[in-house]
Design a protein. Sequence first.
Lengths: 617, 371
Amino acid sequence: MTFKRTTAKTNCFRFTCIVLAALTLLTFNGTNLAHAQQTDETLNQKLPEELQQFEQQRIDAIAKAIPSAVAIFAPGGNGGGSGVVISADGYAVTNFHVVQGCGNFMKCSMADGELYDAVIVGIDATGDLAMIKLLGRDDFPVTKLTDSDQVRPGDACFAVGNPFLLATDFQPTVSFGIVSGTHRYQYPSGTILEYTDCIQTDAAVNPGNSGGPLFNANGDLIGINGRCSFEKRGRVNVGVGYAISSNQVKLFVSHLKSGRLVDHATAGFTVATDQDNHVRVDGILESSEVYRQGVRYDDRLIEFAGRKVTTVNQFKNVLGIFPKGWRVPVKFEHDGEILDTFIRLQGVHADGELAKLVSGNKNPPQRPKPKKSQPGKPSKPVPNQELPNETKKQLEANDQTPAEYENLFEKRNGFVNYYFNRMNQNRVWGLAVSDSDYGNYPKSWKLIGQNSQGTKVEIVLGDEQSGIKSGDDAFVLNMSDDLTEQAKENSNNAFLLALQQWRKMLQLGPSKFGQSTYWGEVPSAEGDQMELIVATRNILESNLLFDTNSGQLRWFESYLDTDRDPCTLEFSNYQTKNGLLFPTTVAYQIGAGKAETISIETFELGKVTKNNQDSNE
Amino acid sequence: MSKSTRSGQLGKSFFAMALSLTVCAISQGQQASEKNDKSSQANPNVSENVSRRRQKNNQPPASFRNVVRQVQSKLVKIVGSGGVRGWGSYQSGVCISEDGYVLTSWSYVLESDDVTVTLDDGQSFTATLVGYDPRIEIAILKIDANGLSHFKLDSAVTAKLGARVLAFSNLYGVATGDEPVSVQTGVVSAITKLSSRRGAFKSAYNGDVYLVDAIINNPGANGGVLCDRKGRLLGVIGKELRDNSLDTWLNFGIPISSIASSVQEIRDGQTIVQDRSDQRKPSEPMTLDLLGLVLVPNVVDRTPPFIDRIVSDSVAATADLRADDLVISVNNKLCPSIKALNEELEYVDRDAKVRLTVRRNNEFIDIELNL
């Protein structure tokens, strides 16, 4: 220890440091004294800069969000709820239970103080969603549907709507809170409404907020409010509200726009957790697509629709967001091997069952009884409420639906509003065929080309007989005999049958082909969004998938039975020959079997209806 | 003078300077926050959040998401069998040690044969009841686990009036398996003494509580926690209770400072559920009738032993026991329910002395009775 051996320089340095330190302390102290005096004098002082910015940011987000919010009023002024406009032409999303008592036309108010007419478009009763269309403008203010998977508990959020139907001046109510939970599951208990994968919030959501938007801190849509947990305090908010996630809404938008009664998806199997917390198949339908792909009892479910599944609730959550007809990738472990495949989801309800449930469900849902095996979840949807007199008067003054809108509703069995289905069918089909008039060629068609090995292939499609000749092999499909039996015997027959269906569709168009329904958008195995038309002709069902960009018919799936894999035709390399658009490449595949590709060089279409076939190239 | 010595001394000087500057910074920070508190609206933590927001472009503004995730990992979901309502009873709890001690609220849920504690990551354990304190209505459970994310009770903080709080719990039993518990936000509306009743009966705890404006006292929320906006522990969410005078449901949390010493006693082994393996029942036991005590009706399984009335000219009357007294213990054995009190008396001979501890208003009174 050499304390003695310090230089003057070092001493000086030390001294400076101490002085600096002392000065710094004094300075800060001094500043504080001055501030303390100021504080006493100016208790109502300005907010700190950052806090002002924080507050302004919130005000801006709310101002951005409010214009798209809608208050929905049932005719006669008995009840209503909220909604939100998602496209400038007026399509708005709300809850099924809000429109349930509204009939086909309803009145909606927006923050601009105006009252608009709206027509019902489509309904998803199980998921408690509905689509309406506000009328009279093509520039409605809209909200943006965000990726709700990015939301985290603790994020700020706010609900906009018409709680307690307060808004006599049509100005919506805003309530602020945080996201309390995500991917929450709410049991149906007593109604058919099952809230899966929802966003839980403590923002005040009360009767009247149903169907209305839940926005994030940027003022963009993360959910549709619809349900709360209630118990001893009665039917007012207790800090526990649930919103249908915007991702689920996105999946249903095109399906709701089809004007149908949309059903939810089922996958043909159920699961349970084993002791090691693995999710295993504990029930499977042999008619299901997963069974056909090789999944069996006790197989472990690893991923569903790209989401890792570790509990039964997670499976219910992820399954519950899909509409019937959607297609998803699934991953299982079977016999030690990974089974990675893509399946088409069937519907939860049988044909007609959903319609019965919905029409029978005229009254608001009953108070649910908690299930014995689960912690009580006494939550239920927010119901319709009595309107204040002032609002009733305003509605009465504008009671009638203008005659110009009446054609926007078309009643048809099995549909909510057939007008929209017809419109979309025509749109999709019109885009696919454009100017080509295949109806002019009602006689046999002949396709000549070669397969991938270079062998010459000739296909004839006729109303009495169809045949395919590939090198030395020939197959014939007798159109008057049992088509299904012939197709089941031989994959070439199945191919011919599918091509026949395709020819008839081109010749006749969807409405004359048979019973055709625009379904909405579904993803292809490659992940592209496709528009789907489901068409049934003489018990045979076909699914037509159209590319959303080009509008062209890309896939034609021909089903012999709902529990058999379809024969899938893939059309590509469309070219126009003599005014007709034709795919010059046709691939076909049965289920997940081997795909065969044929390039077509020549199309000979029979025009004249009498004996001779005049070919047209 | 060697180089090393000079640099060593320089080092010391720099250290001194750095230290003093740090001290200045801290003291300025404290003074700044005092200043902000005086100005009543501003909270220094807001500016922290806002500047953090600027740094992380992906994080939404004004989000608590990181703090929430941190705290959620320490919360547990508790489920018992039985219960009054006939379906699975449930509540919330929080890990307070790395090796599996869980703090929760003391309720009928813990009466079950099988109490299951599920962690944030979904792992489930059967819990054993280590002990409980019926006065503040908390209990300690133990699960056989290690490496658990937890709160240390001695790093709990206190909150001021108006402070932002986050409430974490498994209200309504929404979360199961590996789903995280729910979070709500609000502010401390009042810091006051509790005066309440449970159903038609009073609560045993009449001490300090945080009243909040968020509706945190929901089914299953008891045993959850209140934290400040930085995720530091403030208190435990109480049971569903009604305020006497206003007839409204209270939203409150019990500060850790009121709980900590009890927790320590329980962990030290002092408050344990009775073990009667070496006791014998006397042929002529003491009874309430003999003492002249009439308790409130035994309506639910865990009805606390409040005295309804005293029989005149009885031993109890002479000892100045009064209506509304709550019997806490008999001969130093805790009796949290009428059932437990009766059971305890079965082991006391009628000729023996009985020492009762009762709670009257905010006091604990020891009374000796002898027939």
